[in-house]
Design a protein around this ligand. Structure first.
Ligand code: COA
Length: 324
């Protein structure tokens, strides 16, 4: 049985409200909050993707009671690591002293934490590894074009982590029940970000836009049509019904997307916790940060069933059902 034994999270100290943004660009709290529900986000000033990941990882380890040396696997989901090399996961491994873990990054944008959970679970179910640390961490503020008001106002920075343990002998009924995940690269252009150009003396490549670009309405339609399907599929795969689920912890992109999903699933909004009002969209970090805040605030009770779901660039989307 693969169980989440500890969670953690870290957010930058600096909160930037919609009103703060309206002083530096042509926008308003009314425009942003009415379309997205977002009122503020945390933006890194001194914080780094690695620093926030390490803080989140230490909290998750402490709650789990596991020593860092007992970790077999570290997967870090990020599209905004501090460095191209070494990877975020290796930097975290060194910082926490997880000397026996294999560590690597996984890049699946806003589905990254879900894909990391599912990847770690596959290793653990096959018996290859017993204990894993999974992280979702972003400093998205450096990926934004701060002149593109249609995109930059949506995103924030932060990190979340979870320790997974394979408790084969604990005799209870909890843990990961099912997961599903999908990709559609053919639609990737609707949410994109260029990289550095080939620049050796024998080539003459144009630089791509190195900031995030987005067709907001296309992404919106993608989200509201796919998320209800994967949630339903994951729940059915776990031999449960939607009414059996206590909490739907969805990627925190937009309140209207979450309300639309709740409506399509015919589930009350009370089952859909949100932190996007104060955090914005933190891509791979949004699900683990929300999960950690629910856990720390005692909002999840033993044996409650939770759907986690992520969706975003790639396009990618995935969901999992866990019993706490
Ligand atoms: N402040 C004020 N006006 C803004 C603005 C801002 N921050 N950003 C864009 N606008 C303007 C546009 O220029 C446009 O003006 P125009 O009609 O004069 O051209 C107008 O507002 C409407 O823009 P539009 O794109 O039609 O708005 P929308 O209702 O589709 O909402 C999003 C835009 C981005 C909020 C919405 O499409 C969305 O949430 N999409 C999903 C995005 C998402 O979740 N991405 C991450 C997924 S992981």
């Amino acid at each position: 049985m693969i169980k989440i034994c500890g969670t953690g999270s870290a957010l930058p100290a600096r909160t930037v409200t919609n009103d703060d943004l309206s002083k530096i660009m042509d926008t308003s709290d009314e425009w942003i909050s009415s379309r997205t529900g977002i009122r503020a986000r945390h933006l890194a000033v001194e914080e780094t993707t690695t620093g926030m990941s390490v803080a989140a990882a230490k909290q998750a380890l402490e709650e789990s009671g596991l020593q860092a040396e007992k970790l077999d696997l570290i997967i870090a989901a990020t599209l905004s690591p501090d460095h191209v090399l070494p990877t975020l996961a290796c930097e975290v491994q060194a910082a926490i002293g997880a000397t026996h873990a294999v560590a690597f990054d996984l890049h699946a944008a806003c589905s990254g934490f879900l894909f990391s959970l599912n990847t770690a679970a596959a290793y653990m179910q096959s018996g290859i590894y017993k204990n894993a640390l999974i992280i979702g961490a972003e400093t998205l503020s450096k990926m934004m074009d701060w002149n593109d008001r249609g995109t930059c106002v949506l995103f924030g920075d932060g990190a979340g982590a979870a320790v997974l343990c394979n408790l084969t002998d604990d005799g209870t009924d909890g843990g990961l029940k099912s997961f599903v995940q999908y990709s559609d690269g053919a639609r990737g252009g609707v949410l994109a970000c260029g990289n550095r150009p080939v620049n050796h003396p024998f080539a003459n490549h144009e630089a791509e836009n190195q900031y995030v670009t987005m067709d907001g309405q296309a992404v919106y339609k993608f989200a509201v049509s796919t998320v209800p399907k994967i949630v339903t599929e994951a729940v059915e795969k776990a031999h449960l019904t939607l009414d059996d689920i206590d909490h739907f912890v969805l990627h925190q992109a937009n309140q209207r997307i979450i309300e639309s999903v709740a409506k399509r699933l015919k589930q009350p909004m009370e089952k859909f916790p949100m932190n996007l009002q104060g955090c914005g969209n933190i891509s791979a970090a949004s699900v683990p940060i929300l999960l950690d805040s629910l856990n720390k605030n005692g909002m999840i009770k033993t044996n409650e069933r939770i759907v986690l779901a992520g969706f975003g660039a790639g396009l990618t989307w995935g969901a999992a059902v866990i019993q706490w």
